[in-house]
Ligand binder design. Structure first.
Ligand code: GLN
Length: 201
């Protein structure tokens, strides 16, 4: 069997271990990324959930912001979950004054979109391409307010106050979800990302 692709997990803050577990469950080899040298040799990267403003600050403090942004611009596949989705967005609503994003996905994401009072909740989310819904765990989650033409909408919320809101997207080698599939044991989103990385390696 061919060895799995080497996928970095940005390990500055957030739920790194859960992503490592999910990626390894679908056959990837993982590399925690905290410094620039660790970007070399990876074929894809996961930007985990956590707090996007903190991850942004740490990226700059660790001098990783520009090298990672350059790798993304060069076509490195990436998957961002929750705060990671915010970091992959070209535009953010409700960002803090000095907040920057790595960008890459032509979309506008609203931080804490489900309301600041709503800390977390779970809901089934249907992907058009998949027979069974994904149990989506939202934790102070963003949603996607607007997407450009080249962005494929993979899933939307159905029902409730957020009915119709976009919560999973893909643009080329970039994948993002508002929710946290890494905490449920359902590894389909990670499998999809590993497949995207394989296609591009
Ligand atoms: N609200 C957080 C942010 O703005 C994201 C929360 C999460 O990643 N679970 O970054």
């Amino acid at each position: 069997m061919s060895p799995g692709p080497r996928i970095g997990v940005l390990a500055l803050q957030g739920d790194v271990r859960e992503h490592v577990r999910a990626l390894e469950a679908v056959g990837a080899t993982t590399v925690p990324v905290k410094r620039e040298a660790e970007l070399h040799g990876i074929q894809g990267i996961v930007v985990p959930g956590g707090e996007s403003t903190v991850i942004d600050k740490l990226l700059r403090a660790f001098e990783l912001f520009e090298p990672l942004r350059d790798r993304l611009r060069g076509g490195l596949p990436a998957y961002g979950s929750c705060a990671g989705m915010i970091l992959l967005a070209d535009r953010v609503t409700d960002a803090t004054a000095d907040q920057q994003t790595l960008g890459g996905i032509d979309m506008t994401v609203r931080r804490n979109a489900f309301g600041r009072q709503v800390d977390s909740f779970e809901q089934d989310v249907r992907y058009a391409a998949w027979p069974a819904p994904v149990r989506a765990v939202f934790i102070r989650a963003p949603w996607v307010e607007q997407v450009g033409e080249s962005v494929e909408v993979l899933a939307r919320v159905e029902g409730g106050r957020a009915d119709g809101r976009i919560v999973a997207v893909r643009q080329g080698g970039l994948l993002a979800t508002s929710f946290h599939p890494e905490v449920t044991g359902d590894v389909r989103v990670h499998a999809q990302f590993v497949e995207m990385v394989r296609e591009r390696s």
